[in-house]
Design a protein around this ligand. Structure first.
Ligand SMILES: *[C@@H]1O[C@H](CO)[C@@H](O)[C@H](O)[C@H]1NC(C)=O
Ligand SMILES: *[C@@H]1O[C@H](CO)[C@@H](O)[C@H](O)[C@H]1NC(C)=O
Ligand SMILES: *[C@@H]1O[C@H](CO)[C@@H](O)[C@H](O)[C@H]1NC(C)=O
Length: 441
């Protein structure tokens, strides 16, 4: 456990030079096929759910018509299993003609007409993970150009069937090749996930220079066990992973599975809250055509989305792991606000957790807290005032918290020098909330 000033300083030692394509200044949002629809290519028997242009057009319609796009969910992403088993006679990737009869360029047009962006998938290696044609060294420039010609906006570049040595050359080469096309294409690198995800095997400084986001760890599955294993890995390794994220270059703990079969409503709220704390991409993999209103409400929660999309782009951290199996997570936000998540790993009953902002090393002052799930606004007269939150088993309480008054003692100034500089901390008076903290008002 680091001292809080250590936490804050760490939070600001961000990677200096990032990929200069100007994309993804906040974590990308959208929808991706993989976790829910996998490599289902059986369009004869399962036409609604197979990997085909129809699936992506359906999802584009839903994103555009059901309020998702306005909230920032603006990418529709193809994953594996979209190509033919062979490249065409000129060596180009081609979509399966039965499942994508109109081709990817037409699909991109359809998606663009709805104000959305199209993501596509390729694999650096001899084959994709699903056994389709891969992108070997000699095909990197060709494939980048193909995607640009089709007006694709995003590439997930997987890493099945390539060696660590080749990946070290191949991932930077694809970054250069995408840039050379002249089209702005977001670049998601699976490289770290194939090499253990941690330094020294992974050089995150380099990743930040060549990729907009990267998968660090295992694929998510439709289960709470899977979500927990991802949360455990990312926060156990937060000292290495947290500083490397920032505008234009993000850690990617994988897709949101909210709306599928594996998570209870409380667990769904937990995934959403913890992904926002992690400044993770919010890429859903579910069936937007049949989503329940419970799932929709969680995924469309404006306050959580605003926290996820905070302009400072600082990834959050785990602050506390209590013996009671309650954990506290924190993310600093613009306008001297922050987000707190109280997470229960208990399996018995709602737990009444006692805490104070002081214990979490908040500086002296008056604070208000907006409970992002209930909409309640709470205020605390002092940072030392004890409070109690009731947290459901495998659930969370999440607050957006902002100061309504600050003492101006110089002692306080010295306590968080970097934060005060960056966040422009000033005395915010009651009633100014509309101006300074307009997050979701
Ligand atoms: C608060 O700061 C103290 C002293 O620097 C440190 O020991 C403690 O771990 C910090 N607590 C949290 C929750 O960050
Ligand atoms: C290519 O990279 C340069 C900087 O190296 C950047 O200025 C330019 O915007 C990039 N272009 C594209 C299309 O990504
Ligand atoms: C990591 O990559 C950066 C940027 O390319 C480079 O300057 C640095 O030397 C590399 N670090 C290691 C340990 O290889």
């Amino acid at each position: 456990m680091k001292a809080s000033s250590g936490i804050l300083l760490l939070a600001f030692t961000a990677v200096a030079s990032a990929l200069e394509n100007g994309l993804m200044r906040t974590p990308p949002m959208g929808w991706m096929a993989w976790e829910r629809f996998r490599c289902n290519v059986d369009c004869e028997n399962d036409p609604k759910n197979c990997i085909s242009e129809r699936l992506f057009m359906d999802m584009a319609d839903r994103l555009a018509e059901d309020g998702w796009r306005e909230l920032g969910y603006d990418h529709v992403m193809i994953d594996d299993c979209w190509t033919s088993m062979q490249r065409d006679k000129d060596g180009l990737l081609q979509p399966d003609p039965k499942r994508f009869p109109r081709g990817i360029a037409k699909l991109a047009q359809y998606v663009h007409e709805r104000g959305l962006k199209l993501g596509i998938y390729a694999d650096f290696g001899t084959h994709t993970c699903g056994g389709y044609p891969g992108t070997t060294f000699d095909k990197i420039e060709t494939d980048a150009q193909t995607f640009a010609d089709w007006k694709v906006d995003y590439l997930k570049f997987d890493g099945c069937y390539s060696s660590a040595e080749d990946q070290e050359k191949g991932y930077p080469l694809m970054s250069k090749a995408l840039n050379a096309t002249g089209r702005y294409i977001g670049y998601s690198c699976s490289w770290p996930a194939y090499q253990g995800g941690l330094p020294p095997n992974i050089n995150y400084t380099l990743l930040g220079e060549i990729c907009n986001l990267w998968r660090n760890y295992d694929d998510i599955e439709d289960s709470w066990t899977s979500v927990l294993s991802i949360v455990d890995w990312f926060f156990t390794n937060q000292d290495q992973l947290q500083p490397v994220a920032g505008p234009g270059h993000w850690n990617d703990p994988d897709m949101l599975i909210i709306g599928n079969f594996g998570l209870s409503p409380d667990q769904s709220r937990s995934q959403m809250a913890l992904w926002a704390i992690m400044a993770a991409p919010l890429i859903m993999s579910n069936d937007l055509r049949t989503l329940t209103s419970d799932a929709r409400n969680i995924l469309q929660n404006k306050a959580i989305i605003a926290i996820s999309q905070d302009p400072l782009g600082i990834q959050g951290r785990r602050l506390l792991q209590e013996k009671s199996r309650i954990e506290v997570y924190w993310r600093p936000l613009a306008s001297s606000a922050s987000a707190l998540v109280f997470f229960s790993r208990r399996t018995d009953m709602p737990y009444r957790y006692h805490c104070s902002l002081d214990k979490l090393n908040y500086t002296a002052g008056l604070y208000e807290m907006y409970d992002v799930f209930t909409g309640e606004v709470l205020s605390l007269p002092s940072h030392t005032t004890p409070f109690t939150v009731s947290i459901n088993p495998s659930g969370v309480v999440m607050w957006y918290i902002y100061p309504v008054a600050r003492p101006t003692q110089t002692g306080e100034e010295r306590k968080y020098p970097s934060v005060r500089r960056k966040l422009r901390v000033s005395t915010v008076r009651r009633g100014q909330r509309n101006g300074e903290h307009h997050l979701f008002l």
